[in-house]
Ligand binder design. Structure first.
Ligand code: SF4
Ligand code: SF4
Length: 490
């Protein structure tokens, strides 16, 4: 059986293969998760036997030898090899020079966990929870030199109880032991922490990739050059409009120039495709084409995020969130642009037609969580409220115990009732939308999203009694207006 697949992804039983040196694979109950730090692709390996085969490849002189020794039952071999061909084409696996004496298989390591029902859907597999989060957001500090009116964590002032450097390092050690592929670092403005770059370096050295979000105010030319030289670090510059007028109305006067200066520095330093991160609002939705052109001009990737009514966004959501007509326009715009990154932001719009690319379920506590600057763990970055606090990384057992044993997360991973969405024909696509958006607008968690694509959100919101929506709390906002720092020039 030679040449199982044609073209670049051709597998040859006589050739040797290996997991790409820039990729990692982590065992999960359903098989495994593979992540490529170079092209930043994530792949679901839906079969424990395939996951095992991928781990074993480098220890054999040929694919045929790996199959002969491996855990793939004969009747499964064709399907498993088809999936292996996909991993080859995506760069997760590569051909390697055969070695006379490949490294021996480590004893017992990597034995696949028991498989769960192989026929479960992707959403079903992810809903049940993973051994570690796919997407862990870590807000390093509440300190911020801006005061954006939609800030999800109401940042401004540093909290005196924020994790110390040694505690932050201990958390990184734990994330490395859990094979967390990368962390999304945010804040506040994370770069204002004096130990920020030390922590980034510490994480990368331990195999935990870093993506960090910044308003750009500290991103000097020198910093951009240093970042361009670091593997496994990705940067997201936040900009909420294609013009200073649109952006600065939300992020503060001068913030557009500050972000553009940082983008100039990254491009000049040859950083590569950094992310241009935009929160979609009623006021910038007409500028999406210009924002996309701006990202392209910088060699950057556009990343769109949904505005949620969390933090200071609770007070500004009503006037900033897109209108129903704008949401329909956004759906069509995204359908035409599968290259635009969106994470889990817009799956509620998939009720309008074919599903949008991205994570099509609420991952809160299942594949996503947040660690706040104090070390408290929440279900997701947009659920900073005591009701969604699962524990603390400082508790006995640390983050691992919170992720694996918290009652809150166990509840979020159990199948939930669709409630008022049960009669909706689009439930499989939309699954009732975003938990955080429902919670902070006072809607029942088992009902429609406030921005339900079919219009049921507006009806539901009209029934919410005044004062019912939970308060996001005082947060760390500063009492007075915040001057925006000058763009970092050097
Ligand atoms: S609550 Fe909303 S923002 Fe949080 S993970 Fe779920 S869908 Fe995403
Ligand atoms: S009714 Fe519920 S499931 Fe249907 S589209 Fe609206 S939010 Fe989604």
């Amino acid at each position: 059986m030679r040449g199982l697949l044609r073209g670049e992804g051709t597998l040859d039983l006589g050739s040797a293969y290996e997991l790409h040196p820039q990729a990692a694979i982590r065992a999960e109950a359903f098989g495994g998760l593979a992540y490529h730090y170079g092209n930043r692709r994530l792949a679901l390996v839906k079969d424990p036997a395939l996951a095992q085969l991928v781990r074993d490849l480098a220890h054999h002189r040929s694919l045929g030898e790996a199959l002969a020794a491996g855990p793939v039952a004969e009747e499964r071999q064709e399907a498993v090899l088809g999936a292996l061909g996909s991993l080859l084409r995506s760069g997760m696996v590569r051909r390697k020079e055969p070695e006379a004496d490949p490294p021996a298989l480590p004893g017992g390591e990597g034995a696949p966990p028991p498989a769960r029902a192989a026929s479960r859907s992707l959403a079903g597999r992810l809903s049940g929870g993973l051994s570690a989060p796919i997407c862990l957001t870590w807000e390093l500090t509440y300190a911020c030199n801006l005061a954006c009116i939609h800030c999800l964590s109401s940042s401004g002032r540093r909290d005196p109880n924020e994790l110390r450097t040694d505690q932050a390092r201990a958390l990184i050690d734990e994330l490395a032991a859990l094979s967390v592929f990368y962390v999304n670092i945010g804040g506040g403005e994370p770069t204002v922490r004096a130990d920020f770059y030390d922590l980034v370096t510490y994480a990368v050295e331990r195999g935990v990739g870093v993506k960090f979000s910044t308003n750009g105010s500290t991103l000097t030319r020198k910093r951009a050059t240093q970042l361009a030289a670091m593997a496994y670090v990705d940067v997201q510059v936040s900009l909420d409009g294609a013009t200073p007028a649109t952006n600065d109305a939300v992020r503060g006067p001068g913030s557009f120039a500050t972000a553009r200066r940082a983008m100039d520095h990254l491009a000049e330093a040859g950083f590569g495709p950094f992310k241009l991160s935009v929160v979609v609002t009623r006021h910038n939705i007409d500028e999406l084409d210009r924002l996309e052109a701006l990202a392209t001009a910088y060699g950057a990737q556009l990343r769109l995020t949904r505005l949620r009514p969390s933090g200071r966004g609770a007070a500004s959501w009503e006037r900033l969130h897109p209108t129903p007509e704008q949401r329909r326009h956004l759906y069509a715009w995204l359908r035409d642009r599968p290259h635009v990154l969106t994470g889990d932001s817009f799956f509620h719009l998939s009720a309008l037609g074919p599903a949008l690319p991205g994570l099509n379920l609420c991952g809160a506590g299942r594949v996503v969580c947040l660690v706040d600057p104090l070390g408290d763990v929440y279900a997701c970055p947009f659920t900073l409220h005591p009701e969604f606090r699962a524990g603390s990384v400082l508790d006995p057992g640390g983050f691992t115990a919170v992720w694996r044993s918290s009652e809150l997360f166990a509840g979020l991973r159990r199948p939930s009732s669709p409630g008022a969405c049960s009669s909706c024909g689009s439930y499989d696509a939309c699954r009732g939308g975003c938990l955080a958006a429902k919670f902070f607008t006072g809607l029942p968690l088992d009902g429609p999203d406030p921005e339900c694509a079919l219009g049921h959100g507006e009806e539901a919101l009209a029934r919410v009694p005044a004062g019912r929506a939970p308060s996001p709390g005082a947060g760390h906002s500063r009492p007075a207006a915040v001057p925006v720092p000058s763009p970092a020039r050097r």
